[in-house]
Ligand binder design. Structure first.
Ligand code: CA
Length: 148
């Protein structure tokens, strides 16, 4: 491997490592799916507009913006928020039902029982609970359709 190739690879390694560390800071971060993508396994970059490491990997989705604003910390407020405005709070989407346990989870994740994530906290998914005034197509304008 040439020096030039090595220098090109370093930012990629750093980038992947950053994703992996953020995944650990989000309950069920490794298990998030986008329910409209039947062919997608997991949305690894939970706070970003792309599922993995393609497209514009640095662009955050609405949950990513809220997570950054919370100093990359899972808090009761972030858990109770509905970042993507689809009518389901972030905690429910991530399988973290009792938001009052957010600080407990941060210090001892194994002490809090998580359920299967019900949705994606950064992608507006139309459900029976979606407020009538919310247009998910508009909310998701930055999410590339090519993800599915
Ligand atoms: Ca959602």
């Amino acid at each position: 491997m040439s020096l030039y190739s090595t220098l090109l690879l370093i930012p990629c390694v750093f980038y992947v490592s950053a994703y992996e560390s953020y995944i650990d800071l989000i309950p069920n971060g490794e298990n998030v799916k986008y329910t409209s993508c039947s062919n997608l396994t997991n949305w690894q970059a939970v706070g970003h507009v792309t599922a993995g490491y393609t497209g514009n990997p640095f662009q955050r989705n609405l949950f990513g913006e809220a997570f950054a604003a919370a100093n990359y910390t899972w808090t009761a407020d972030l858990c109770n928020a509905d970042s993507d405005m689809d009518g389901m709070k972030n905690g429910d989407e991530l399988g973290f039902i009792n938001c009052t346990l957010a600080s407990v989870w941060r210090t001892d994740p194994s002490s809090v029982t998580l359920t299967t994530p019900e949705g994606h906290p950064g992608i507006c998914e139309v459900t029976a609970d979606t407020p009538a005034g919310v247009n998910c197509d508009s909310v998701n304008a930055d999410i590339p359709a090519a993800q599915c």
